[in-house]
Ligand binder design. Structure first.
Ligand SMILES: NC(=O)c1ccc[n+]([C@@H]2O[C@H](COP(=O)([O-])OP(=O)(O)OC[C@H]3O[C@@H](n4cnc5c(N)ncnc54)[C@H](OP(=O)(O)O)[C@@H]3O)[C@@H](O)[C@H]2O)c1
Length: 386
């Protein structure tokens, strides 16, 4: 890698992705410098991280926690700001080379856009950004020369498979663990509890993405993310259930060759690759033992059990602001499921009902996207009330 350190801004440093990114960076202090850390509510972890990594700037998005963070970090000459607006402004600052976009949900969109408009390299974990505003984000990436390096393990796998390739892609094979309910009989889905849904078989992630994995909406979001990232028709993206999560995704080329990227599930690998790209550096990840693995399994996804996957394909095909509305409705439904106000099986129903009612816009502006998110969230809440 270069002689100079890469200066990193982490949007959402207290989350699962943010914390693993800091783990990677801690092991390679000679290669990276932390410029910005941000959190929403977890002020104590943010303070702890800032004391360890001594960034120039810290943002606590929840204004109520500003005083507490400021009091702790001011003596260390760390500048403290409040609000999501500041997070975006500072991520676009002159001292930043790479922005890790790892806030969860639609809230990640605005700061990511601000950083893109300053031409930053975006290491993208926040898939909702591309789901809600894929066309706008793709245009911004070109216009402002702001490259997007995927962090999601599946998209990182595809990105890695494409390195050095000039051939056209025939098909993307996006793998899915199938989540905790892959083998559960459909008639038992109504009894699923929050605790059941938060037990992902292979990955330890934030709550929202874990629930999305249990409904397979996560895979739906990822199909849309892949379509935008790799500029490929959605019908050329096939989801394959692969319960072991060893193959993180594959690319099929026009000569029939298929390339895959494999490892035991460990998000530090795609995070590190995004931060060091185009280089690879050491990581103490567990090495694959094929004899221990014995066999890998592959199944077709069951869209009767997991209708969210079909909703995602259909929403993308409908185009315009549909996937933004789908995402907004899903965020509300997941939040209410986590608050134990609705059943898991109601999530796709709420999304479908929202999609029947939102205002369709075929070529949405960014303002339309913000309005669509608001409208879809209101409709979803109304659907639940009724
Ligand atoms: N976790 C994974 O393994 C994984 C894998 C692939 C992709 N992803 C994607 O990466 C993103 C982050 O996932 P995660 O699992 O790391 O989520 P997470 O553990 O829930 O962390 C979310 C982060 O965003 C911050 N945040 C939440 N709401 C915010 C708001 N309104 N304004 C500002 N900051 C806010 C949180 O701050 P506080 O902690 O202070 O609340 C936290 O730092 C998601 O889009 C997810 O789909 C995650």
């Amino acid at each position: 890698m270069e002689q100079t350190k890469r200066r990193i801004a982490i949007l959402g440093s207290t989350g699962s992705i943010g914390q693993q990114a800091l783990e990677v960076i801690e092991k390679h202090r000679d290669l990276f410098e932390i410029e910005l850390l941000t959190a929403n509510n977890n002020s104590s972890l943010l303070i702890e991280q800032a004391k360890k990594f001594l960034p120039n700037n810290v943002v606590i998005c929840n204004h109520d926690l500003y005083q507490e963070v400021q009091k702790e970090l001011n003596p260390l000459f760390i500048k403290v700001f409040a609000g999501l607006e500041s997070a975006g402004d500072l991520a676009g600052g002159d001292n930043v080379d790479i922005v890790l976009s790892s806030i969860v949900g639609f809230s990640g969109l605005a700061p990511t856009i601000k950083a893109m408009k300053k031409g930053k390299v975006i290491a993208l974990a926040n898939k909702e950004t591309l789901v809600a505003a894929g066309s706008i984000i793709s245009n911004l990436s070109r216009e402002y020369n702001s490259p997007i390096i995927p962090v999601d393990s599946e998209h990182s796998a595809i990105f890695q498979c494409l390195q050095g390739e000039k051939a056209s892609i025939e098909k993307l094979l996006l793998t899915a663990s199938g989540g905790p309910f892959r083998e559960l009989d459909i008639c038992k889905f109504k009894d699923i509890t929050k605790a059941d849904a938060l037990k992902h078989p292979n990955w330890n992630m934030g709550n929202k993405v874990t629930i999305d994995s249990s409904t397979m909406m996560n895979k739906g979001l990822e199909v849309i993310e892949a379509a935008w990232l790799f500029n490929i028709p959605i019908d050329k993206i096939e989801v394959i259930v692969h319960p072991e999560s060893i193959i993180h995704s594959m690319v099929q080329f026009s000569d029939g060759s298929v390339k895959a990227q494999l490892s035991y599930p460990d998000m530090r690998i795609p995070i590190q690759y995004a931060l060091t790209y185009p280089h690879r550096i050491n990581l103490n990840s567990k090495r694959l033992d094929f004899y221990e693995l014995g066999q890998l399994n592959f199944y077709k996804p069951d869209t009767n059990k997991f209708p969210a996957l079909s909703i995602a394909y259909d929403s993308f095909k409908r185009g315009g602001n549909t996937t933004c509305a789908m995402n907004g409705a899903n965020e509300i439904a997941v939040d209410l499921f986590l608050k134990e106000k609705i059943k898991l099986t109601q999530i796709p129903i709420i999304i479908e009902k929202t999609l029947e009612k939102f205002t369709f816009i075929s070529n949405p502006t960014l303002e339309d996207i913000y309005n669509t998110d608001k409208e879809a969230k209101q409709i979803a809440k109304q659907v639940i009330k009724n």
